[in-house]
Design a protein around this ligand. Structure first.
Ligand code: ATP
Ligand code: MG
Ligand code: MG
Ligand code: MG
Length: 571
């Protein structure tokens, strides 16, 4: 079966809303120069803010589009999920239809249902819808209007109440806001559905029961005193994740298995000489269990990140050491690191993917094709310079981890067994040799993983050394709390080698270790003070920038602040 074409599915959306009187507009660039509140556009409504705020009249009352969105910083940060789960990207397309003071709930809901079930022919018994259940604090009643509207289309057991977090949208602390209704789809097999109804898995982070479309009904304005008043005009703001829609219409289990990602994935696999196996998703905190899983995750991360990097550069934001430029540089480095350590790409690699992406997107986002060579050159140069520091930093981490492992092995008691499983006794000298063999083996594996030293295939002195090797590693990993990359080293890695904290944390995690993030923050703080005193800035990757209110602040990026909380979620 061939996969539905992305260009066709996207066009169906635009045509459908054109037929309902919508004016089709192109995507705004990812970086809005006149919006200081956002590093990147992270939803379809961002370019239309002024119309909702009443700063400008909307040129059309009904608009539809596909908007490039990036969720890698601030309130919406999905970076850590990417490559591990099936449905969060860094860059994604948000399909949207808009009513600026025109139609409201009745039409929006009717059209959403018609499009999904009649045009895309998604099975009705796999769709779930939510409505706002009300909020006492805000003295808001439940959105029974939406609930009742849905009753015309689907059955009671598929209409679910939702809380303020999921079903009440606000632009910011003040401004337009209102209830929303979201549509979720259950893509599990019939057997799985029989075991557990999909309604129990809505908004529960299940990889195959996913939110596809959010319809926001802006009817209130939040004032500075936190009270709500009714807006003079009511608006509709919808956003449907295009890659998720593609997963649904293709009947596959992951965004990556669609025509959106397959051309990139196949190209990466071929170029790296590694097969893509399409392994099931893991959670961020899982160790990839197998080599296939590990290379698959890397391929997915790269296929995702190249889109974010390429389009941001094409939209005029070059990688740099400050603000949005630094976010992009870090995403690029994250991709390089995956290519380097999981796909064994020691030479620039990512830039080769740009033409594939540019061709794929040329009909809808021609800006990339138009600047293909420029974008390639920028990426290649970034890769060259980062690969150099990566090599040096890897050596440093390697010796650090190896020393911890040595210390660990010196403490563990080994229980070698012969081929029949009987315990063998060894002289102290033999035990010492066995431990050395284990350390050698670990060293060579570690080196292989980090691709630093040439792999020395250490002679395995005893038949069962391997099982002890795994035993030692297992206990090492179980003792991760005892073995930390200290804050000072993590900071040195970032400061001197351009190794962002998330990369250090990733390598540590792969070896069952943790990083002293609090210690890192302390070092960062100390450096901030030093630079403040010396009136210096932009000396390193952890850059001191002048924030808009004139105070000095440090942009420490997304993962430093948010990753720990996210990782905890998965424990
Ligand atoms: P989720 O709960 O799955 O993280 P969300 O509630 O944060 O999604 P919204 O802000 O409501 O998402 O955005 C509207 C739509 O955009 C979602 O229904 C989804 O289809 C899509 N979307 C959101 N985040 C992503 C992402 N990181 N990658 C791909 N699509 C996304
Ligand atoms: Mg989200
Ligand atoms: Mg959600
Ligand atoms: Mg949502």
């Amino acid at each position: 079966m061939s996969l539905p074409k992305a260009s066709h599915v996207r066009q169906q959306f635009l045509d459908f809303f054109a037929s309902k009187g919508h004016h089709i507009v192109p995507s705004a660039p990812l970086v809005l120069k006149d919006d200081p509140t956002l590093l990147f556009v992270n939803s379809g409504m961002a370019p239309f803010k002024d119309y909702f705020l009443g700063n400008k009249p909307a040129p059309y009352k009904r608009v539809a589009d596909t908007q490039k969105c990036l969720r890698v910083s601030g309130k919406h940060n999905d970076l850590e999920e990417v490559g591990y789960d099936t449905y969060h990207q860094t860059l994604f397309e948000m399909l949207g239809n808009w009513s600026f003071g025109d139609y409201f709930k009745t039409e929006a809901i009717a059209w959403a249902w018609e499009l999904l079930t009649e045009v895309y022919k998604l099975p009705k018994d796999r769709l779930y819808v939510t409505y706002f259940q009300g909020d006492e604090g805000d003295k808001l009643a439940a959105d029974t209007e939406t609930q009742n509207l849905w009753r015309q289309y689907t059955t009671e057991d598929r209409i679910l109440p939702g809380n303020k977090k999921d079903n009440f949208w606000e632009m910011g602390d003040t401004g337009p806001c209102g209830p929303c209704t979201e549509i979720h789809i259950d893509l599990r097999s019939d057997e799985e559905v029989a075991q557990k109804p999909g309604r129990e898995l809505v908004n529960a982070d299940h990889p195959q029961v996913v939110e596809i479309w959010n319809n926001v009904f802006m009817e209130f304005q939040r004032l500075a005193d936190k009270s709500l008043i009714k807006l003079p005009a009511q608006h509709v703001d919808t956003g449907m994740g295009f890659e998720r829609l593609m997963m649904a219409v293709s009947g596959v289990k992951s965004n990556y298995d669609t025509d959106v990602f397959q051309p990139l994935i196949q190209f990466i696999a071929k170029e790296a000489g590694i097969e893509y196996h399409g392994t099931a998703p893991a959670t961020v905190n899982d160790q990839p269990a197998t080599e296939n899983e590990k290379t698959d995750i890397a391929i997915r991360v790269i296929a995702d990140h190249i889109r974010a990097i390429s389009f941001t550069i094409a939209d005029g934001q070059l990688p740099s050491n400050v603000k949005a430029g630094y976010v992009i540089r870090r995403i690029l480095r994250r991709a390089v690191r995956y290519a380097f350590s999981s796909l064994n790409q020691k030479q620039p690699f990512l830039y080769k993917l740009v033409p594939v992406l540019a061709d794929q997107m040329a009909s809808i986002f021609p800006e990339l094709k138009a600047q293909q060579q420029f974008v390639q050159r920028v990426i290649e140069e970034e890769e060259i310079s980062f690969l150099k520091t990566l090599e040096k930093g890897s050596q440093r981490i390697h010796s650090l981890i190896l020393n911890m492992f040595k210390e660990h092995v010196s403490r563990v008691t080994l229980h070698p067994k012969d081929s029949e499983g009987k315990a063998m006794s060894f002289t102290p000298k033999e035990i010492k040799e066995l431990k050395e063999a284990i350390i050698d083996q670990y060293d060579s594996d570690l080196a292989k993983n980090l691709h630093v030293a040439a792999t020395s295939s250490a002679p395995v002195n005893f038949q069962q050394a391997m099982s002890d090797y795994h035993f030692a590693i297992g206990t090492f990993k179980n003792h991760s709390a005892d073995y930390k990359i200290d804050g000072k080293t993590a900071f040195e890695l970032s400061d001197t080698f351009g190794f962002p904290l998330d990369l250090t944390a990733l390598i540590a995690r792969e070896n069952g270790l943790t990083v002293d993030e609090a210690g890192f923050q302390k070092e960062l703080e100390a450096q901030k003070n030093r630079s403040r005193n010396a009136q210096e800035s932009e000396q390193s990757d952890w850059v001191v920038v002048n924030s808009d209110n004139g105070e000095l602040s440090v942009f420490v990026g997304y993962d430093v602040e948010e990753a720990p909380a996210r990782l905890l979620r998965y424990r």
